[in-house]
Design a protein around this ligand. Structure first.
Ligand SMILES: O=P(O)(O)OC[C@H]1O[C@H](O)[C@H](O)[C@@H](O)[C@@H]1O
Length: 553
């Protein structure tokens, strides 16, 4: 058993990494490539249809073994088994976190409180399949007999970001003729703009909320119901047009959703890990159930790789440990995710919740202050667009910004030389980040262009790029339901592994509650339902008054 008692930063494995970093600090990646012609082929891992090229990182073989040693010393193997076996890995909520069970084959056995959950998981998939088929075949129609044409998913956070990512990413696989819309924000613009384009006779609303207590989702669902009733709907017709996915059956029934139209969720699935459950209904309805099952199969393939592969060759472990390496030993404060695929434009948003809500913690899972800096800021956007925006800061700013490029080898839309150009952009960015350009190279380039020596010397510092910015390139043959499933599962496990190192609970999110509590105090004051005392401080009180007067309240 590993020794988990020593504070993280006092572990010999941590100390060894500090010393190793000091040695490596003066060695640019350019030199590492020069000195090892096999680097590009050795630092490549294939798993579950994905290929990771991690050669452009500040690392050597010694780094890899030192990082793997740290993972083992933090009990990664035991914690991973607990994750898959239904152990209480969400300590503060006293629950397992079994998103992996949602993509496991039916003939397996996973127990929660002594009960095998797999039959329930698969019977829910079968119910989803029935609904998808009934709607696609026209058997389930709107209350006036018209075929359903649109689905509106109302949900926020984990009940929104994952399904939205997948629905948009797998557009080439859409089938069944349904358009999918997402409403998340409490900003009235979101629901208003969505409803404008819809026909109440042909629209299905899915209320997606694990808790069925989330203000944004409940308020938007009420507006949708009012709109439906005001436009020819009736209480009985609601049964054909409103469905819910939740653990809180009572509240959903109370909202007026027929019991048969409620799909279960379980408290052992975290919201941001839930797109594999019935929360994935918008996906299944838009893509068809076969594609949804392929998504699950891709994720399961990544689960098997993660569970059974030694740390040194384990894709999620490696990516997680690289994040720890840069975050804790090189003081990088952020991590960029740069999908070079228009279909993956929502990937950074989903990963922001996944990673930052999971690992944005300051106490360990046992409540003591963490011993090291935890989750870096995850940000990013679609390439090549970012090259014309924030890449300047990556190339010449003063910060260390590790990045993941994500790119398929083949495009679904082979227009002219677009995909080759996109791929060239991705490779050139990764190379520029790694190799940079010395001042001397910049001077020479300017001389070669005919510039006078003095002017070249003046301009050269502005053209020099330090390089040595680390990046991963994550590839797949093509973006398919399987490879997307594997990709999302990869980042889920990457998140989990980091939490094991920092010893934080990556399945809770207590920090978001305070804002909700204060919001509940402020709202009645904005509406004039409560006017005594203070909302807490003069700054808040002052702006409450400003809002009330602007709105004639
Ligand atoms: O699915 P729900 O219960 O409506 O929760 C929706 C979201 O709201 C919460 O505030 C959490 O921050 C998220 O983790 C969660 O996914």
């Amino acid at each position: 058993m590993p020794d988990n008692t020593a504070a993280l930063t006092q572990k010999p494995e941590w100390q060894a990494l500090i010393r190793h970093q000091e040695k490596l600090a003066e060695t640019p990646m350019r030199d590492l490539f020069r000195d090892d012609p096999t680097r590009a082929t050795r630092y490549l891992i294939e798993a579950a249809g994905l290929t990771l090229d991690f050669s452009r990182n500040r690392l050597t073989d010694d780094t890899l073994s030192a990082l793997a040693d740290l993972a083992r010393a933090c009990g990664l193997e035991q914690r991973t088994e607990a994750l898959f076996n239904g152990g209480i890995v969400n300590i503060t909520e006293n629950r397992p976190a079994l998103h992996t069970a949602l993509r496991q084959p039916a003939d397996t056995d996973v127990k929660v409180d002594g009960c095998n959950i797999m039959p329930e998981v698969h019977s829910t998939l079968a119910r989803m399949e029935q609904l998808v088929e009934a709607i696609h075949s026209g058997q389930h129609r709107g209350h006036t007999g018209k075929r359903l044409t649109d689905v509106v998913s109302i949900g926020i956070g984990g009940s929104f970001l994952g399904p939205k990512l997948v629905v948009e990413a797998l557009k080439p696989y859409w089938q069944g003729g349904l358009n999918c819309h997402f409403v998340a924000n409490i900003d009235g613009t979101d629901i208003s703009e969505t409803l404008k384009a819809l026909d109440p006779e042909t629209t299905l609303f899915l209320v997606q909320s694990k808790s069925f207590r989330t203000q944004e989702t409940l308020d938007n669902s009420l507006v949708a119901r009012q709109w439906f009733l005001a436009n020819g709907g009736s209480d009985t017709a609601i049964a054909s047009h409103f469905m819910a996915v939740t653990t809180n059956i009572e509240a959903a029934t109370g909202f007026g959703i027929a019991a048969d139209n409620i799909f279960p969720m379980w408290d052992w699935v975290g919201g941001r890990y839930s797109l594999w459950s019935a929360i994935g209904l918008p996906i299944a309805l838009t893509l068809g159930m076969d594609h949804f099952r392929s998504l699950l199969a891709g994720a399961h393939a990544m689960d098997c790789h993660f569970r059974n592969t030694p740390a040194e060759r384990n894709l999620p472990v490696l990516m997680a440990m690289l994040s720890v390496w840069y975050n804790n030993f090189w003081r990088a404060g952020s991590h960029a995710v740069l999908p070079y695929d228009e279909y993956l434009k929502h990937l950074p948003e989903h990963l922001q919740q996944l990673d930052m809500e999971s690992n944005g913690k300051r106490v360990t899972q046992h409540g003591t202050p963490v011993d090291a800096t935890t989750g870096p800021i995850l940000w990013g956007g679609v390439g090549a667009n970012g090259q014309h925006a924030y890449h300047q800061l990556i190339h010449q700013g003063t910060r260390l910004i590790p990045a993941d490029f994500v790119i398929p080898l083949k495009s679904h839309n082979p227009v002219e030389h677009h995909h080759a150009t996109l791929f060239a952009n991705c490779l050139s960015q990764a190379r520029a980040m790694m190799a940079g350009k010395t001042r001397e190279e910049a001077v020479q380039e300017l001389r070669d262009s005919g510039m006078a020596e003095a002017a070249a010397q003046t301009l050269a510092p502005h053209k020099a790029i330090p390089g040595n910015q680390p990046s991963n390139i994550l590839m797949m043959e093509q973006l398919t339901p399987e490879t997307l499933g594997a990709l999302v599962a990869l980042y889920e496990h990457r998140t989990f592994v980091q939490s094991v190192i920092w010893d934080v609970d990556c399945f809770d999110q207590w920090g978001v509650e305070l804002g909700k509590q204060i919001g509940n105090e402020i709202l009645p004051r904005l509406l004039g339902e409560k006017s005594d005392g203070t909302a807490g401080d003069s700054a808040t009180d002052h702006l409450i008054e400003r809002f009330r007067s602007a709105n004639g309240l």
